[in-house]
Structures are given as structure tokens and as C-alpha cells.
Design a protein around this ligand. Structure first.
Ligand SMILES: [Zn+2]
Length: 436
């Protein structure tokens, strides 16, 4: 759309990290100009006096297929959590239940200011996730979960997983005018054979794709990976020729000194999920060390059953707080965390020239906050206000690709929360009965 947003506080996240006051001109899906006063460029205007515009927030590790299972698997460590609850539940998804799960997650994320996601999809019925992403207006990447090893319920034959993945890539990579992309999603080392990893590397090269997987989340998982492969997780990816800036690793909690070096040397992206790491009792990723080394770190909520929200404001706050006792109060600052949720998230996705900051030429992905609330005032530093004090309920409007996807707190695609909740409860009860 063409619109002039006026009189706003604009947290640009540009290279100088400037905070400006003034107007923002949007034409079609791009940011055209920012300035103290842009006069009358002949487009409709919207007065944002008193409101704060930030770049659309970026969630780089989520599982839309798990949102339906929120509050179903508490107080368990990773491998029990997966084998006793998550895999049986995911295995019983129907196309309908997967669609509802995606709706629930997208509704929550969009209304909490997220404009771009990196989703680990589902093993089956993957079309439903892509269709819902397309309909919701979100920007993002997803991919069919790949598992061909171990004794998982929906383990598939290697050739089948690779063939169905390639068919999905051809249909969905670059869909919705480029708003939807494909990210390869081998689940983690323990569920994927060496042949599958080789196939993933081939597809990544052939189509220039991101590889999105889990790594070094839990000590038991690490011990089994070592026993089975002879390597730690990051070492394994280096050995398999998968290490590159296209590799996106969720968690990275249990690393050797050499593996920290590999992250830096190969430009591997780390997807930090502080709430999930705490809830599954997995541990503390050494994010301050990674940031100091120049490793790219972005944020994720992970799945609803291990968080149990998909609220990036909560994850920003946790990322800012949990490392201070171990590494010092100044080891991670509000600006670092806002960077992780914006410009660093864009870099994770290889989109640093297109999203992540408010600059002319970038896509018009914007989150507009009303911070005129008692819990967020008074204010000295707006970045500190956003990371430490703001809440997702302060999100007023959200724009993706120049289109409003949330107005006055209501997601365009999901205007009726009551019917969404009713559908979620119904299909969740059916799956629980069938699987647990
Ligand atoms: Zn995950």
C-alpha cells in the first residue's frame, strides 16, 4: 500500500542504531523515505503521534505444528518430552489439526509483533503449514521435518523424505510473491542418517537454501550423538560439510571450545531460545561469549509445549536477564537483544539487505507499539523500554510487505479468537485421545 506514517518515534535499527522522530513513507511493499517531516507526498496519511515504530520482529526458531499441544507436556527433559508426548502427538496430526495449530501460532505471533518466522514444519500434511503462512500475511520460511533414523513414529525412508521435500521446495520456495521461502528441516542428528544429511547438503546447494536444525540442546542428547557418530553436534556438521552461513542451529548449549570456534569460522547461525532452554531444564547457552566472538545469534520461542508461549517480548526479556548472573550484568545489553530480534534475525535468514531495520529500500515490515502504559513509563532509553518493560499487549499495528496484518491488536486473518480457541480445544482433544 502507499501510506505516509506521521509523527512517530522510529527505532530504526540502522547501522548507527538511530532513533528518529518524524515520518515514514511507504510505497507498495517498500520503505521509501524517513525524515522529520516529509510534507505531502500525495498518499493517504496515518498519524502515529505518541506511538513507537520498530522493525518487524523476527522469530528464528518456532514449531507451528506444536502450538496445538501447548500445556500438554510440562516438567520433562528433552528426550522424554519428545518420545512420550511430542512425537506421538505430532504423528497424529490431521490436515485439519495441523491447520488449526498453525493458525493458533500465527495469530499469537503476529499479534505480538512478529513479522518473520523460521518454522520447523511437520512430517506430514506440510501443505497446511505453508497455506496458513500464506493466508496469515506473515513472512517466513518453513520446511517438512525430516526423520529417517532411530525408532521415531513417523520415520520415513530416506529417498521418500528427500523426494517429498524437493517437491515441496519446487512448489513453495519463493511463493506468495517471495514472502514464503523453503528452509530444509532435518530434525536433529539422532533422527537423521548420514545419507539423509548428504541429501540435505545436495538440496541446500541446488536450491541455495537455509538448513534449519537442532544442536547441542541437552546433555543426554549430546552423549548419544557422541556415541553414535564419534563427534559432538557442531563437529558432526563440520565433518559432513554442512557448516556454512546457511546453517541455522537452535540452542547450542553444550559446546566445546573448538565448537565455539567452528561457529565463528564457518559463520554458523545460533538460534537462542531462552524460555525453552529453561523449561526443559536444558541449560544456559553461552550467548555473551558468542556475541563477543562475532557469532550471529538470533531469537526463538521454539514450540508452545516447551515455552509455553510464542511471545517474543517474553523471550527478549529472558535473553536480556538470564545471562547476567553467570557472565556479569553488562555481558548482554538491551541493544544486543533488540539486535537479536531484528538485524541479527535478518542475517540468520540471509535477508539482512531486505528486512530487520527501518531503512529506505527495505521491505515495509513494521511493528507499531503503544508504550503509553504505566508498566513502561517513565522512559529514559527507548531500547531499554522495549526490551525490559514492554509487553506483547503493547503491539497496536503490524505491517508485513506493506500490508496491515494486525490493526488495533487484531490479526487480519484471525479476527475471532473464540472460534479459534474452540477449534483448537476440539482437535487437540481428538489427537490426545488417539495418541496418548
Ligand atoms: Zn525446536
Amino acid at each position: 500500500m502507499n501510506i505516509l506514517l506521521t509523527n512517530a518515534t522510529i527505532v530504526t535499527q540502522n547501522p548507527g542504531r538511530e532513533v528518529l522522530h518524524g515520518d515514514l513513507l511507504i510505497k507498495e511493499n517498500k520503505i521509501i523515505e524517513i525524515g522529520p517531516s516529509l510534507g505531502n507526498p500525495g498518499v493517504p496519511e496515518m498519524d502515529l503521534s505518541g506511538l513507537t515504530v520498530i522493525p518487524g520482529l523476527i522469530q528464528t526458531h518456532v514449531h507451528l505444528c506444536q502450538t496445538l499441544f501447548r500445556n500438554l507436556a510440562d516438567d520433562l527433559e528433552l528426550l522424554d518430552w519428545l518420545t512420550r508426548y511430542i512425537w506421538p502427538l505430532e504423528n497424529h496430526h490431521t490436515p485439519e489439526s495441523l491447520g488449526v495449530s498453525a493458525q493458533l501460532g500465527l495469530s499469537e505471533m503476529l499479534s505480538s509483533g512478529v513479522t518473520t518466522i523460521l518454522d520447523m514444519g511437520a512430517g506430514r500434511h506440510m501443505e497446511m503449514v505453508f497455506r496458513e503462512m500464506e493466508r496469515s500475511g506473515v513472512r517466513g520460511f518453513s520446511g517438512k521435518v525430516m526423520m529417517d533414523a532411530g525408532d521415531q513414529l513417523y520415520r520415513e525412508e530416506t529417498g521418500e523424505v528427500l523426494a517429498s521435500t524437493e517437491a515441496l521446495i519446487q512448489k513453495w520456495h519463493g511463493a506468495a510473491g517471495g514472502r514464503i521461502g523453503y528452509a530444509l528441516a532435518p530434525r536433529f542428528v539422532l533422527t537423521c542418517s548420514p545419507e539423509l544429511w548428504a541429501g540435505v547438503a545436495d538440496l541446500a546447494r541446488k536450491y541455495d537454501l537455509i538448513i534449519h536444525t537442532h544442536s547441542s540442546e541437552n546433555r543426554t542428547e549430546l552423549a548419544i550423538v557422541k556415541e553414535q557418530t564419534g563427534y559432538s553436534n557442531v563437529e558432526f556438521f563440520v565433518q559432513e560439510g554442512l557448516a556454512s552461513p546457511k546453517l541455522c542451529l537452535a540452542h547450542c548449549i553444550w559446546l566445546t571450545d573448538q565448537e565455539f570456534e567452528y561457529l565463528r569460522e564457518y559463520g554458523i547461525n545460533v538460534l537462542h531460545c531462552p524460555a525453552a532452554n529453561l523449561k526443559l531444564g536444558s541449560g544456559y547457552a553461552n550467548i555473551p561469549r558468542m556475541l563477543k566472538m562475532g557469532v550471529n545469534v538470533s531469537l526463538g520461542s521454539d514450540g508452545a509445549p516447551c515455552n509455553n508461549n510464542m511471545d517474543i517480548f517474553m523471550d527478549m526479556r529472558l535473553a536480556a536477564l538470564i545471562h547476567k548472573p553467570n557472565h556479569g550484568v553488562a555481558s548482554i545489553k538491551a541493544q544486543d537483544v533488540l539486535d537479536m530480534a531484528t538485524v541479527f534475525g535478518a542475517k540468520t535468514l540471509g535477508m539482512e539487505h531486505q528486512i530487520g531495520s527501518i531503512e529506505p529500500g527495505k521491505f515495509a515490515d513494521l511493528t507499531i507499539l503503544d508504550l503509553n502504559k504505566v508498566h513502561a513509563n517513565p522512559v529514559d532509553n527507548v531500547v531499554s523500554q522495549i526490551v525490559y518493560s514492554a509487553q506483547s499487549r503493547d503491539v497496536r499495528h503490524v505491517m508485513v510487505d506493506g500490508e496491515w496484518v494486525v490493526r488495533e491488536g487484531i490479526p487480519r486473518a484471525y479476527p475471532d479468537p473464540s472460534s479459534l480457541i474452540a477449534a483448537a480445544r476440539r482437535v487437540c482433544a481428538e489427537i490426545e485421545q488417539a495418541s496418548l
